[in-house]
Design a protein around this ligand. Structure first.
Ligand SMILES: *Cc1c(COP(=O)(O)O)cnc(C)c1O
Length: 429
């Protein structure tokens, strides 16, 4: 794999790739090599017709009847059941709803409430300083609002993490694949550590779902390693290709459902939403993780992304993901060897997600030049260029071509050395 040294070799790989036909399920623009599916997945072709159906027929003609006739009301649970096998969860344990930030808030609130009942002295929430900021912000907001003396302990290294999960730790809250480095944690080992010390563990799967095999139940049936997770949340608009701002998901295993309580008790989490009772009574089961009315159009499009996964399985996706990221690392390191690029992402397969990050002193300007040439990755502070590989639609020849554009930009200094993120005009990088 890593010895591929011509574009023809990559074309041969494409010809042999069992996932190659799945690219047809996506509508990608000509002249673009899309390496940002870890941030916003590409559009499934079916999404266009589906959005027209929802707007023209379900909304336009059937109007309010569509809550029943088109299944709008049941969509969070129905899509949760469809997503469940991709993360090694069971039916009735996942809902597609709200945002990752909000779902994390609910999961953390529920985990703290469970610990209050069991071991009320515990006061720390342990997470990584390198976690995606919204996760830390949400934990910060929740604990300030609770005002019960909870502290967020931010750790920088694995050793620090192991030490921080002590008898004061209520919840260990981690992201499985880091958004910046692409580093993947050993979910099973860290969950086991948390449980051994009496803590609960919440996993954010934003950069994992649809990219790496997961076995939330840890029964080994789904091919991933045992997770030991207590709760999990994640995005549908990244590797699951659900569309911009598509609702996120939350997993609450059956064993925690009866004790799962959170403060966002809207009417959709009520046992009888249309009874219009004065008092709140939580729904049985996963329904209690809902809050209020969902963006139906966005939810409907999530299904178009999930449909594509019916044609393959996570083991095949993982095999191709590792082949793509191995190839990219090898080509960058050989063909761009004389440039100051630093690999941030771990080389060990077990520690790698599905994107690869390299630093470059002019990372922001180099990424801008790549995007200008149709190679779309993105940039994250400090100096990090991110390249995401989505096995459903990324070809081996795309990897070759992307590295050739990068080489040309670097060899010929075709980037603006004066450009930097602090002078940027766009709100989103
Ligand atoms: C992408 C991402 C999010 C996004 O959260 P939203 O509420 O959808 O904006 C959250 N956490 C992690 C780790 C992410 O990678």
């Amino acid at each position: 794999m890593t010895h591929l040294n011509s574009r023809d070799d990559c074309l041969t790989m494409d010809a042999r790739d069992p996932l190659a036909p799945l690219r047809e399920h996506f509508d990608l623009p000509d002249g673009v090599i899309y390496l940002d599916g870890n941030s916003l997945g590409a559009r499934p072709r079916a999404a266009l017709a589906r959005s027209q159906q929802v707007v023209a027929q379900e909304w336009g003609r059937d109007l309010i009847r569509s809550w029943n006739s088109a299944g709008w009301f049941d969509m969070p649970k129905r899509l949760g059941d469809r997503l469940a096998p991709l993360i090694g969860a069971r039916a009735g344990e996942v809902v597609v709803t709200d945002t990752t930030s909000l779902n994390l808030f609910k999961a953390l609130a529920a985990a703290l409430a469970i610990q209050e009942g069991k071991d009320p002295a515990r006061r720390t929430i342990v997470t990584e300083r390198a976690n995606f900021p919204t996760d830390i912000y949400m934990a910060d907001g929740l604990t300030r609002w609770l005002d019960r003396g909870y502290r967020i302990r931010l750790v920088d290294t694995h050793d620090e993490l192991a030490a921080a999960v002590d008898e004061d730790c209520a919840v260990l809250m981690l992201t499985h694949v880091n958004y910046r480095s692409g580093r993947q944690h050993d979910m099973g080992a860290l969950s086991a550590l948390a449980h051994a010390r009496g803590a609960l563990v919440i996993w954010d799967l934003a950069h994992s779902a649809g990219a790496v095999p997961l076995d939330l139940h840890g029964d080994g049936k789904d091919g991933g390693a045992a997770s030991g997770a207590d709760f999990a949340v994640g995005c549908t608009y990244k590797y699951l290709n659900g569309g911009p701002g598509a609702p996120a998901f939350i997993w609450v295993p059956q064993r925690h459902q009866a004790a799962f309580s959170h403060p966002l008790t809207g009417w959709w989490s009520h046992a009888r939403p249309f009874a219009m009772d004065h008092g709140f009574a939580a729904a049985d089961g996963i329904g209690r993780a809902l809050c209020g009315t969902q963006p139906v159009l966005s939810l409907a499009l999530v299904e178009c992304g999930l449909d594509v996964f019916d044609n393959t399985d996570m083991a095949a996706i993982r095999a191709k993901s590792l082949a793509l990221t191995d190839l990219f690392i090898a080509l960058v390191e050989t063909r761009c060897a004389r440039h100051p690029l630093g690999l941030v992402t771990p080389r060990a397969h077990a520690e790698r997600g599905s994107h690869v990050s390299f630093t470059h002193p002019h990372g922001y300007a180099v990424m801008a030049a790549l995007i200008e040439r149709g190679v779309i990755g993105d940039y994250r502070e400090p100096e990090i260029m991110r390249f995401g590989f989505t096995p459903l639609y990324t070809r081996f020849s795309d990897v070759w071509d992307a590295v050739e554009v990068l080489r040309d930009i670097l060899d010929n200094e075709r980037f603006d050395k004066k450009m930097n993120i602090h002078a940027r005009r766009d709100a989103v990088t």
